[in-house]
Design a protein around this ligand. Structure first.
Ligand code: PLP
Length: 406
């Protein structure tokens, strides 16, 4: 198995050639291989991630899943430690899961709510979050209210300040929306929510792995994230962070013999940390793969990777508006690595298909994923290009030229 060589390979900037050599999905001299611009959807993993997953599956096939898992006890513990290091949390405050939506819901459904309580959601909130909020509102008699966006499109902090009161129990903050470049001011919004005692659940699905996240500095009560996007981990991985006091006090809506212990005929005892939000059974290979992805990122130096993503997105944001029929659709004042745009006279789905014919992978974000924001802006869909650090500048230019020629 080819091992990743440590940070000695990088000085202050990333060596794109080396990163590409670590990424089997990157084109070498073969132009027929895709220009990959969908890390906001499901990224290309480094070789070490796929090797780790496959090696574990093969081992399971030889000795069975239980023994294979026991052999990797230390590595499995390290998955939690690596994620904790990335977001400046304690390992005991993390609950690993199979998706960000699962983790988001695990927390959200466990927060007690009753009639008259208020749930606030972000203007660019994700459909799954909004659907869960609406379902719980229906069941409990709580209300769901969107936080208005300011003229730039980000969360309107003044409007939030004006709308909070002690009936607000939970605020769903969207860090980086799925449909474009915005980075919301999560720390400031959290402070406002906390001023009335509300809990803050941050959806960091699109921010983890592409911008710096420090849960202590952000001050959020909980955070959900996925493995397959900017972290470049396997599919079917995600995690929940809970502030320590919550990890030790909040009771999950569902438990199994991993989240709790059957301590007497009529008793059970909750796990003392965030693992109370986990179930026992999980895809061990995928989880080890997630650990390898986070380790790889830590070895490269997260800030180097974040800078490389930001520079590539900035390159696209400079180039695309120069094309006569192209409109960049990003909002907010701080921009992420997700560049969204539309092309006059060509439907987003057609843009995606015609680029795919030329070996360029982008995706389309539909209004149904971020209904409030897209309805406000009258957009049924946008094309989304999300370049990770492994994308080269010639590839970016090939993409821009292809859009120009549509
Ligand atoms: C992708 C995405 C999710 C869902 O993540 P899963 O791992 O598919 O559950 C949640 N929120 C945002 C903003 C996303 O982009």
């Amino acid at each position: 198995m080819k091992q990743f060589h440590g940070p000695d390979r990088v000085a202050t900037m990333l060596d794109n050639d080396l990163i590409r050599a670590d990424t089997p999905g990157c084109a070498r001299d073969d132009e027929s291989v895709t220009v990959f611009l969908d890390s906001a959807g499901s990224s290309l993993p480094p070789r070490i991630v796929t090797d780790t997953v496959i090696a574990h599956l093969l081992r399971e096939s030889q000795v069975g899943g239980y023994r294979a898992a026991t052999e990797r006890l230390d590595d499995r513990a390290r998955v939690r430690t690596e994620i904790a290091a990335l977001i400046n949390a304690a390992p005991s405050t993390l609950a690993l899961s199979d998706s960000a939506s699962r983790s988001w819901a695990d927390f959200f459904y466990s927060v007690p709510l009753s009639a008259g309580d208020r749930i606030l959601i972000s203007g660019s909130d994700y459909a799954s979050n909004a659907i869960a909020a609406l379902q719980r509102a229906r069941a409990t008699g709580a209300s769901v209210e969107p936080i208005p966006s300011d003229s730039s499109g980000q969360i309107d902090l003044e409007a939030l300040r004006a709308m909070v009161d002690e009936r607000v129990k939970l605020v769903s903050l969207l860090h980086v929306p799925t449909n474009g470049g915005l980075i919301n001011p999560a720390r400031e919004a959290t402070q406002i929510a906390h001023s009335v005692g509300a809990l803050v659940l941050l959806d960091a699905c699109q921010s983890i792995g592409q911008i710096s996240i420090d849960v202590t500095e952000l001050g959020v009560d909980a955070l959900s994230a996925t493995g397959r996007k900017w972290l470049r981990g396997p599919r079917g991985t995600g995690f929940l962070y809970l502030r320590r006091e919550l990890a030790e006090s909040l009771e999950p809506t569902r438990l199994d013999l991993h989240g709790a212990r059957w301590s007497g005929p009529d008793r059970y005892q909750l796990a003392e940390d965030a693992t109370r939000f986990e179930f026992w059974e999980h895809d061990v290979a995928a989880r080890l793969g997630l650990g390898a992805a986070v380790r790889y990122l830590l070895d490269l130096g997260p800030q180097n990777v974040f800078d490389a993503i930001a520079e590539r997105a900035a390159h696209l944001r400079a180039a695309l508006p120069k094309l006569p029929r192209v409109t960049v659709r990003d909002i907010g004042t701080r921009h992420s690595g997700i560049v969204s745009f539309t092309v006059d006279g060509v439907e987003p789905m057609a843009v995606r298909e015609r680029l795919a014919e030329q070996g360029i992978t982008v995706t389309v974000s539909h209004a149904s994923s971020t209904l409030l924001d897209m309805t406000d802006r009258g957009l049924p869909a946008v094309v989304r290009a999300s370049p990770h650090c492994f994308v080269s500048y010639p590839e970016l230019d090939r993409f821009v030229a292809a859009v120009a020629a549509l």
